[in-house]
Design a protein around this ligand. Structure first.
Ligand code: PLP
Length: 391
């Protein structure tokens, strides 16, 4: 059975071009880039070229990039660094819909005695900017607002928020893990102080992330050790992954237009195909202002997990809006923050596409998913209830 992979916000296929470029760093080019000898020094030179490629994708300077192990480390580093650099300030402002890489850290900071403001969103997942601006105070050490939501794809006006923060002397960080590679980003004329990204979301390898730190931003390292990354993150460089991330940055930059035309058209074809064939199905999140590859659809009165299992039987990979890891089947905090009703949040499925998807794959999903929903609804007491009420 062929796999139809529509879960690219979870992770992406490493582009073959990226793999090819990484392979020598597992075999003949194993030198340590910090070594004095030319065998290692040559690797150091190649890492500098990779850093320039990643900086190029962001409109940043190479020295403004700090490599990390993942998006989570980048997010944790940014927020901790701002708190350490501004010890007199005890408040963090963030949103109610952040990825756990920010959300869980902020909840942890509350236990450490910091004050955290979680800014609400409306039913379309749009941020309450008035609330956000009102809650920035002289006590705010950092404002951290994601660029693109991983579940709904909804985009936040981070540049506008960053400018507001800058005017008040407050550091601004954005978790751009889902945005980088999908939409154009130019930090050269931006007010953003720090930005997180992750290699495996942009057709690069897992185990590598980066934190952009604008020149002049107060910073304090998270991992203290060797002099790597100009003393801002200790630890021998993950050379193969850094090379891979550099190539991935070139790859997504070359395909950015395709992401915003062909991939977006595929996403729209999937959405209209499903909404046209399934009743009581709605798109979660602002349909206009969102990533071109993401569609989060609520199929009311069915369990997301059951849909996923049955789609899996057809080789279709997607994600649900519930976090069933705890066994509680609690709907996602993002959908709850948006006020999505319980019966819709439970049946919410995230489809996230990439440039490797084809029209045939989308048509296959549009053909096979509606009968799955129909079958599950026949077994659902919520659906029977709803039918009786409308009869
Ligand atoms: N931030 C967002 C918005 C994400 O979607 C993810 C991963 O899904 C992360 C952070 C964490 O990235 P990583 O898996 O590289 O730690």
């Amino acid at each position: 059975m062929k796999t139809i992979y529509l879960d690219n916000n979870a992770t992406t296929r490493v582009a073959p071009e990226v793999v090819a470029e990484m392979l020598p760093y597992f075999s003949e080019r194993y030198g340590n880039p910090s070594s004095m000898h030319s065998f290692g020094g040559q690797v150091g030179k190649e890492l500098r070229a990779a850093r320039e490629k990643l900086a190029g994708l962001l409109g940043a300077r190479p020295e403004e990039i700090i490599y990390t192990s993942c998006g989570t480390e980048s997010d944790n580093t940014a927020i901790r660094a701002a708190l350490a650099a501004n010890p007199g300030r005890r408040q963090v402002v963030t949103t109610r819909v952040e990825h756990p890489a920010v959300k869980s850290l902020c909840e942890h900071l509350v236990k450490e005695g910091y004050r955290v403001t979680f800014v609400p969103v409306d039913q379309s997942g749009r941020l309450d900017l008035d609330y956000l601006y009102e809650h920035m105070t002289e006590d705010t050490a950092i404002v951290s607002v994601m660029w693109a939501n991983n579940e709904t794809g909804v985009l936040f006006p981070v540049e506008q928020i960053a400018r507001f923060a800058k005017e008040r002397g407050i550091a601004f960080h954005t978790d751009a893990v889902q945005a980088v590679g999908k939409i154009p980003i130019d930090l050269s004329a931006s007010a953003i102080d720090m930005l997180s990204l992750s290699g495996h979301k942009l057709h690069g390898p897992k185990g590598i992330g980066a934190l952009y730190v604008r020149k002049g931003t107060k910073f304090s390292p998270f991992l203290i050790g060797g002099h790597q990354e100009s003393g801002r993150r200790g630890g021998t460089e993950n050379t193969a992954a850094i090379i891979g991330l550099g190539r991935a940055a070139e790859f997504v930059s070359d395909h950015m237009e395709e992401e915003n035309t062909r991939v977006k058209a595929l996403r729209d074809r999937l959405e209209s195909g499903l909404l046209g064939r399934v009743s009581h199905a709605v798109v979660n999140g602002d349909p206009e202002n969102r990533l071109p590859n993401t569609s989060n659809i609520a199929f009311e009165f069915v369990e997301g997990e059951s849909i996923l299992l049955m789609m899996d039987g057809h080789g279709i990979c997607a994600s649900s809006g519930s976090a069933c890891t705890s066994g509680s089947l609690e709907p996602s905090h993002v959908l709850r923050a948006m006020g999505v009703p319980y019966t819709a949040a439970h049946g919410s499925i995230r489809f996230s596409l990439s440039l490797y998807n084809t029209e045939e794959e989308i048509d296959y999903v549009v053909e096979h998913l509606p009968p799955i929903i129909e079958r599950l609804r026949q077994m659902s007491p919520f659906w029977q209830n709803a039918c009786e009420k409308t009869a």
